[in-house]
Ligand binder design. Sequence first.
Ligand code: XMP
Length: 524
Amino acid sequence: MNSTSHDRLLIIDFGSQVTQLIARRLRELSVYCEIHPYQNVTMDFVRDFAPKAVIFSGGPDSVTRDGSPRAPQDIFDYGVPILGICYGQQVMMQQLGGKVEGGKISGGGGTAEFGRAFVTPEGTLPLLNGWFTEGDEQVWMSHGDHVSQIAPGFEVFGTSPNAPYAITADRARNFYAVQFHPEVHHTPNGAKLYENFVRLAGFSGDWTMGAYREQMIEQIRAQVGDKKVICGLSGGVDSSVAAILIHEAIGDQLTCVFVDHGLLRKDEATEVVSMFRDNYNIQLIHADESELFLGELDGQSDPETKRKIIGKLFIDVFQKHADTIDGAEFLAQGTLYPDVIESVSFSGGPSVTIKSHHNVGGLPEKMGLKLVEPLRELFKDEVRALGRELGLPTSFIGRHPFPGPGLAIRCPGEITRAKLDILREADAVYIDQIRKHGLYDEIWQAYVAILPVRTVGVMGDGRTYDYACALRAVTSVDGMTADYYPFTHEFLGETATRIINEVQGINRVTYDITSKPPGTIEWE
Ligand code: XMP
């Protein structure tokens, strides 16, 4: 498990919705950290992980409840600084001999508190360097219970009207506890607090992309030896960065398979092939399987059926081409850290499937391959930084996400080649407009969907009866929620005119102003 030689920080996750943000703040400080659910954190685990500091996250439970989550008691004797946040603060107090009480919802002095609050300083503490320079600090509180008595050895360094123990510390042992969430945006100076914490814990900030690249290259070489690796390329940022990194490590032992399902955007297949084959000299199988995919999709209009057909064919086709590579023992995947973090689930129940996702899950077992996942410690923006480090063009790194099933899910109802051709042209004009207006990087994802409806129009002196299309553009942080992008009417008008003039087959343009939820980003 101990895969890196960096200074390491352990985040014990008690189930807060925002634990990942703690990791984000720390990675921004060039500190390597990992999130692990409290159930997995035994003292053996801690010793093996060898953290230089530990953070206890927030969480939804109440420490007053029997059987509620705890940290291993001996962690307090392990000798490294600990920072407890919200529920983490309460765990710390309870385990070290203080008291926590269930919250009253109103009234002063230790009640439940949700939302913005202001903390007033008491005394000085290195953890708070750079805080309180302009008076009280705004923080974000979200707690039902509260600490009613701090543990022996702790002193108070900040109070808020409803949290007399907003900031406490045991200076001798380097234990710190805050009732609020410094990792969220609504605690504007929160990053400073993390910075002070890692400084006083002695982190050197050695987590850089240059160092990561070197370390991963060594690790890939050690893992793979002289064996062969197959990598599925989608043209997206993650699989591309993974492929280039692996190629740098093992050269021609890597073969990439690019499955072209005929559902890609205009010129996309050519761009991917020329970038990898010509620019990077990577061995690449361009599997043009569009006949097969479009044939199987013929006459299908149900979204889930379409997704399932594509997912299954993709695996079959990938396997067929991979089988032609003699002696491959490894499959490379662009898995990222958010996919790896095991979440603390309190509900226990499976969530409803909104859409079955197309991916190559299950392939490694089916093909008897071992996995190479050089990005599994990285967040998305770190993958982009690594891509820059590896010399990928900025325009490529900043590309909007593109779904595995491709244009199939942007063509509601039946898919035909004619519709796909129209869609490709319209999408190219739309993206060109967005780039020309300098909006591309402000938008998470933008695309055109061709609608299963034809409408009457008039062009010149003639009647037209062509397809309607919908433009979609959203802002988002992670694709889980999204807002529609507020284009100006001028932009929309200009874009509609260009699409109708330049794309034969479309005579009506609409703009989709649905957010997610209740909509989804893709139409199917
Ligand atoms: P939805 O439509 O569910 O999309 O709001 C959220 C994000 O996921 C992308 N997406 C997919 N990506 N395989 C993928 O690799 C899929 O099957 C798939 N379906 C949706 C979508 O483009 C958006 O970024």
